[in-house]
Design a protein around this ligand. Sequence first.
Ligand code: PRT
Ligand code: MG
Length: 221
Amino acid sequence: MTHTGITVALSKGRIFEETLPLLAAAGIAPSENPESSRKLIIGTNRDDVRLIIVRASDVPTYVQYGAADLGVAGKDVLNEHGGNGLYQPLDLRIATCRMMVAVREGYDYAGQVKQGARIRVATKYVNAAREHFAAKGVHINLIKLYGSMELAPLVGLSDVIVDLVSTGGTLRANGLVAVEHIGDISSRLVVNQAALKLKREAIQPVVDAFAVATRNEALTP
Ligand code: PRT
Ligand code: MG
């Protein structure tokens, strides 16, 4: 199926919700809510713009291969993907959180690091974890998970986890504590590099509207 307009890849949930006002600033209003609709391709008020709903971690892949022209993805997801073929013009400052190292309450993380112990790390963010512990000179055994990382230290799968934290409620509810801040996370606009050249007339105004909406909010009368 071909589409001559532009296709925007978004994930359901916080990214969709927080991108809505930016789309509105670009004059784009989805014709359905992906939370209630089962459709994966969603039209908008504009004939030349459609949305596709994909897993958060798949957004960079759809944009990289040009199946979507634009997308919104977390810095966490982009770091794992690598960013090949993607132009990242804007930090949208949405879906913010922190990437943290967390352990079970009572686990002596600092002591283990000091002793030079090999630490078992469970995470979905293997690139970020590898970079973080390599920079600290800490040896790790990396255990790749796809979700619910908080469980791993509780059942002895790992000593620590690397996960995203926003309110801290999930860590608290599971008797975990954050012991290290790896970095601040927010979502970025990603654009297929070839599409930007071929469809600049359609894409650039969207990028510009997002830029104004995310950076110059205070200037709007
Ligand atoms: O859910 P799915 O497996 O499909 O993928 P996903 O979890 O990557 O997607 P989604 O939609 O949940 O998150 C999309 C993006 O939102 C992520 O890539 C992050 O950039 C960003 N983001 C912001 C977050 C959070 N805040 C966040 N709190 N992503 C995940 N969480 C999770 C975290 O992993 C932990 O399990 O929420 C839990 C902690 O939240 P608190 O509030 O209890 O601290
Ligand atoms: Mg999630």
